[in-house]
Design a protein around this ligand. Structure first.
Ligand SMILES: Cc1cc2nc3c(=O)[nH]c(=O)nc-3n(C[C@H](O)[C@H](O)[C@H](O)COP(=O)(O)O)c2cc1C
Length: 284
């Protein structure tokens, strides 16, 4: 943290930061160096070794989690930071991991307290659908949200192709499966497939189309539908048969397939995997 803030770190910076005398810090640094946790570079700045960084990151994670737990229990922020500083060095790895797991489970169970944000967290990819077709009004609403995805420079560059005819879907599914080298249905029997295309001539075409995909999947969740991004749309619509289909449906060759968003009424309730550690790096 100190290194991120000041660029370089010397004993005097650590002494000032921690409120200890310079000789005390010098002795501590000597010990840390002897044990392989820090080293000095050519400018005599103190640098963490890989081993030192590993320990520092572990302690820092403990600091953040313990502070958050104490704050959530109603402890004043300054007090929570001070207490976390004391606990983080003494608590065993096992106890810390159990506190962290308990806290994360509790947070998941309580939700964020904001239904909109919680909906974005609860959306899952659905791979099992009821045969019933999506009703028109719901589909229109989802597509409308797709149209309002942000686009670079506001160009509204993407295009959405909606398929609901089982034969059309089966044809694209077959092309997609052949790209994947499989014989199954990559669309999992979903009754509606929206393929989002990017404009080849637009430098942000792929980014724009990806955001439309995101809007469609999130809108589907809020509208009571299941959805999933299915890959290989690019290869499907670059194949000779895919190009023929594009032509038949009035799309010229500038349109690059970015993703198929399958839609339907979910026939399963998938559960999210726990989020990885270090998803977020916050610079103070
Ligand atoms: C770019 C992209 C491509 C994906 N392609 C497929 C796919 O071809 N087939 C599939 O079943 N899921 C596909 N998915 C869905 C992911 O597997 C899914 O998002 C991931 O497992 C996380 O699950 P969640 O969406 O429920 O959070 C894709 C997702 C993204 C973002």
């Amino acid at each position: 943290m100190l290194q991120q803030r000041t660029g370089s770190v010397r004993s005097i910076d650590i002494a000032a930061e921690m409120g200890y005398s310079k000789p005390t810090i010098s002795i501590a640094m000597r010990r840390l160096r002897e044990n392989g946790y820090v080293e000095y570079d050519e400018h005599k700045d103190i640098k963490l070794t890989d081993r030192g960084r590993e320990v520092a990151e572990r302690i820092y994670e403990r600091h953040l989690v313990l502070t958050e737990v104490l704050k959530s229990l109603g402890v004043d922020e300054n007090e929570a930071v001070k207490e976390a500083c004391k606990i983080e060095h003494d608590i065993s790895a096992d106890s810390f991991n159990k506190i962290k797991e308990f806290y994360n489970n509790m947070k998941d169970a309580m939700g964020t307290g904001n239904p909109g944000l919680q909906g974005l967290i609860n959306r899952r990819s659905v791979r099992k659908y009821k045969p019933q077709q999506v009703d028109d009004a719901t589909l229109e609403a989802v597509l409308e949200v797709g149209k309002y995805a942000p686009t670079a420079k506001g160009t509204q560059s993407p295009l959405m192709l909606v398929l609901q005819n089982p034969e059309d879907i089966a044809e694209v599914s077959r092309l997609n499966a052949s790209v994947a080298g499989s014989s199954g249905d990559p669309f999992y029997g979903a009754p509606t497939v929206v393929t989002v295309f990017a404009d080849r001539d637009n430098p942000n075409g792929i980014q724009d189309a990806s955001l439309v995909m995101g809007n469609l999947m999130n809108a589907a969740y809020f509208a009571g539908l299941g959805s999933c991004w299915i890959n290989r749309a690019k290869e499907v619509f670059e194949s000779p048969e895919g190009r023929e289909l594009k032509k038949k449906w009035g799309l010229d060759d500038k349109w690059i397939g970015v993703g198929h968003c399958i839609l339907g009424y979910a026939d399963e309730e998938p559960v999210a995997k726990p989020r990885k550690d270090r998803y977020v790096i916050k610079i103070d």
